[in-house]
Design a protein around this ligand. Structure first.
Ligand code: SF4
Ligand code: SF4
Length: 493
């Protein structure tokens, strides 16, 4: 640390003369490497220039360097010699007073800790600060570890985030939906003729497990991701299967908010996946992908490889098994999901796919790849600070509009949801898409949703025409009958 601390405005609450019992954070549970990293911050302020949350809420307290400073203050207060003396009831009051004046020492209050907690959660864990930090501080893991000790001490998560947390624990999904509803999308898709068949079950075998994730399975507005992915795998005759109603949340939500229960979900999922005998797990959700690929191995070994669907498709493309016979004549711009791009360094796979689709024209936003501006959907930010997320999404959508593209594409149901918030708020002309939509269209020659709508309209028109024809026929028969009986009456007279 430098002495720059003094230059940065204080974030602490007002001083109180009342003696107060502050709930201590279990700092001893932090990995030593985290503490070393905390000390590496030079307060250079580079993170302030890049943080997408600070961009929308210009509060110095939320940027990494302030969080680091505030946490170190709490740590010193709790574990430093001065803090210990000042908190010791048996220490003489005179000594405490002299030490306080001598070192200009300020005891941390409960309010200070709570304010630090609120600031720590005002972050989408997008990893932009980590990318540009000259001291290479592993901020995302640092924030997540700090959140875990905060939850341990009873300070977190935020009230507004608790519904997500409770839902994952009670229903194995963050969307407060019953477990039985996980496969509803598939039955509905089959009925609406959006998929040829319901997705295959991995219980019947298969080398590839398609892990759908909670958002694509439960959110009706994002169901296109699951539907298109299934159509792609079916069209390519991939030996795949899904877990159906046995799929559980990947646990990302709990991990990002600091709930230690994520480990239970990780362990259960790892055991379930390892027993399937699969070679590869694929997911079209960047959040699930990052969690399973990067975070699961910290808890248990995986006996299969983990790929995002776009990486899997690039492999098939290179093997000559994936070809795009149809054009998708669209001008699009691509949003790199933080969890896929910055976190897992998957920048090229989506661009290789877009480049291979005939007719598809990509115009990049100035902030792309490792500098992609976060849409604000992750890290519990959308639940905790929906207004900030909304503004972040609007900012990203404006950048997309400025490219002149008509459609905004990403590779993540969470980004799809998040960016749609911005599109709606701005009444933007941009159309939100998932990459799977373009792949499916270039493979099949049509958009399954448009085709299903057209087919349904055509079927409705035919039904109406048939009904009209029948009515005409009936009216004609009735007329003929009337004519006949009139004829009869005439003859009888
Ligand atoms: S960029 Fe890194 S070193 Fe600079 S203030 Fe932010 S966290 Fe500290
Ligand atoms: S992870 Fe992203 S949102 Fe969080 S502090 Fe860093 S730059 Fe800001």
């Amino acid at each position: 640390m430098t002495n720059d601390d003094e230059k940065i405005p204080e974030s602490s609450s007002e001083e109180t003369t009342e003696p107060e019992e502050v709930t201590q954070l279990p700092i001893h549970k932090l990995d030593i490497s985290r503490l070393i990293e905390l000390d590496a911050c030079t307060s250079c302020g580079e993170c302030l220039r890049w943080c997408p949350v600070y961009d929308q809420d210009a509060s110095e307290n939320i940027v990494p360097r302030r969080k680091v400073i505030d946490f170190l203050k709490i740590a010193r207060d709790q574990n430093g010699l001065l803090g210990k003396i000042l908190r010791n009831d048996k220490a003489p009051e005179l000594l405490k007073s002299i030490l306080t004046k001598l070192f200009n020492y300020k005891k941390m209050t409960q309010k200070d800790v709570e304010s630090f907690v609120a600031n720590l959660y005002e972050c989408s864990t997008c990893g932009q600060c980590e990318e540009i930090c000259p001291a290479h501080i592993d901020t995302v893991n640092l924030w997540e570890d700090l959140r875990e000790i905060i939850v341990d001490a009873g300070y977190g998560p935020l009230e507004a985030q608790k519904a997500l947390e409770k839902s994952v624990k009670a229903y194995d999904n963050p969307w407060q939906q019953p477990r039985a509803g996980r496969t509803k999308w598939a039955r509905r898709a089959k009925k609406d003729k959006l998929v040829p068949n319901e997705p295959r079950s991995i219980k019947n075998g298969g080398k590839v497990l398609l892990f759908l994730g909670c958002t694509a399975a439960y959110d009706a507005n994002v169901k296109q991701v699951a539907i298109n992915t299934v159509n792609i795998l079916e069209a390519l005759d991939v030996d795949y299967g899904t877990l159906g109603k046995d799929e559980k949340c990947c646990g990302s939500v709990l991990l990002r908010m600091g709930d230690p229960e994520h480990k239970r979900l990780f362990e259960q999922n790892i055991e379930q996946f390892n027993n399937l005998g699969i070679e590869t797990l694929i997911s079209s959700c960047s959040g699930c992908f990052k969690t399973i690929m990067q975070d699961y191995p910290k808890v248990g070994e995986l006996n299969f490889e983990v790929l995002h669907t776009v990486e899997f498709l690039v492999r098939l493309l290179r093997q000559g098994k994936l070809k795009f016979p149809y054009s998708v004549n669209r001008t699009v711009t691509y949003h790199d999901p933080c969890h896929l791009g910055r976190a897992c360094r998957v920048f090229e796979a989506p661009r290789i796919i877009m480049d291979a689709i005939p007719g598809l024209k990509l115009i990049e936003m100035p902030r792309n790849k490792q500098y992609s501006r976060c849409c604000g959907a992750g890290g519990g930010l959308k639940a905790g600070y929906p207004d900030i997320q909304n503004k972040m999404a609007q900012r990203r959508v404006k950048e997309a509009e400025e490219t002149g593209a008509d459609e905004l594409v990403s590779c993540c149901p969470f980004c799809y949801q998040g960016l749609q918030v911005g599109i709606n708020a701005l009444s933007s002309h941009m159309v939100m898409k998932d990459m799977s939509a373009y792949v499916a269209e270039a493979l099949l020659g049509y958009d399954v949703f448009e085709k299903a709508t057209k087919d349904a309209e055509a079927a409705k028109k035919k039904k109406e025409a048939d009904k009209l024809a029948k009515e005409k026929e009936k009216a004609k028969a009735e007329n003929d009958e009337e004519d006949k009986s009139a004829e009869k009456k005439k003859k009888a007279l």
